[in-house]
Design a protein around this ligand. Structure first.
Ligand code: NAD
Length: 314
């Protein structure tokens, strides 16, 4: 018997979380402070569930949607739930206000996870009575298609809270990782940042177009990265494994790192150049359709990965 879950904030990420929990059989109470968002949230969720069904990723979109109820009152949304996934705006004042409301409204047993992309839990939970039940549970967008969740404790988060959230995330089909202590950007956005900063720099210095830099990932690095990470990759790229790779190539990577000791901001002029190149391929009005295309590609990839894992193992 699965217990109900509350999702607070029904924007892009909150609506995605509602799908994750409802797909796994939980009743979901979805709350948002904005009436317009509440009125339309279920329509978007139903469309995404239809997409999942069309790729055989769920059996019954209607049954999953029926488990999601939109609430206009925070206290009723969180009554009796064991877990709340907070997914409101990414600012410290809003996170603080909402987490304080949650701390007061929830039973003392309820765990409060935040979708925060970069603000650590210590920045908005320090003065709360129930601060030891708060943690970051940072998803990737959209969470029902990209399963990674970064679990990050504040210094006062109870270790049992990390353990129970890890179990919950695995039980709903997500792939949680534990980050042992707070670090800006957590792990995912630090890795993404390293790649992005290098991509902007290479473009700015005129080594390649934005399109060719993108292609380096979509037709190169990204193919392996969709099923294994950087350490697994290099372990297979030298006959003697990771130590052999390090012996052969660490001087190259060290030289590359030394050439970037003075990180630059992404200047307005630089951003405008990449914006110009991107808009030749997708118009500003076409971005919404392109996001839907991305989600369909992710659905196809999720279906392929499930099949390949069964046949070939992970
Ligand atoms: N979009 C992404 O790619 C992504 C990925 C991972 C994590 N996140 C994180 O998830 C969180 C939500 O991001 P999003 O992209 O869904 O934003 P969003 O703007 O789409 O949704 C935020 C929702 O929170 C609601 N909200 C704001 N203040 C509120 C309040 N006081 N009470 C109740 N509801 C309130 C808003 O009405 C809105 O619907 C942020 O912390 C963000 O950093 C986003």
């Amino acid at each position: 018997m699965t217990s109900p879950i509350a999702v607070v904030g029904a924007g892009l990420v909150g609506a995605g979380w509602a799908i994750v929990f409802a797909r796994a059989g939980h009743d979901v109470r979805l709350y948002d402070g904005d009436e317009k968002i509440r009125a339309t949230a279920l329509d978007g969720i139903r469309a995404n569930l239809e997409g999942l069904q069309s790729f055989d990723l769920i059996n019954d979109a209607g049954a999953v949607a029926d488990r999601i109820a939109v609430h206009g009152d925070l206290a009723s949304a969180v009554a009796g739930v064991s877990y709340v996934q907070e997914s409101v705006f990414e600012t410290i004042p809003v996170k603080h206000e909402v987490t304080q409301q949650l701390d007061e409204a929830c039973s003392s047993e309820t765990v409060i996870g935040s979708s925060s992309s970069g603000i650590p839990a210590s920045a908005f939970t320090e003065n709360l009575k129930g601060r030891s039940r708060c943690l970051i549970a940072h998803p990737v967008n959209p969470p029902y298609l990209v399963p990674l969740v970064e679990l990050v404790p504040a210094p006062w988060t109870h270790s049992g809270v990390i353990d129970s959230t890890f179990e919950l995330m695995e039980s709903v089909g997500q792939s949680p990782i534990r980050i042992d202590r707070e670090v800006e950007g957590f792990v995912l956005n630090r890795l993404q940042g390293a790649l992005l900063n290098e991509a902007w720099a290479l473009f700015e210095e005129g080594y390649a177009s934005a399109g060719d830099i993108d292609k380096t990932v979509s037709e190169g690095l990204g193919l392996r990265w969709s099923f294994m990470g950087p350490f697994q990759t290099i372990d297979l790229n030298a006959p003697g494994g990771v130590s052999d790779y390090a012996a052969r190539l660490s001087p190259l990577y060290h030289a590359v790192a030394e050439s970037r000791t003075d990180p630059q901001r992404w200047s307005d002029a630089l951003v405008a150049c990449v914006e110009h190149e991107r808009r030749q391929h997708v118009s500003a009005e076409g971005l919404k359709d392109r996001r839907e295309w991305r989600d369909r590609r992710l659905m196809a990839l999720a279906a392929h990965k499930a099949k390949a894992s069964k046949k070939l193992g992970d």
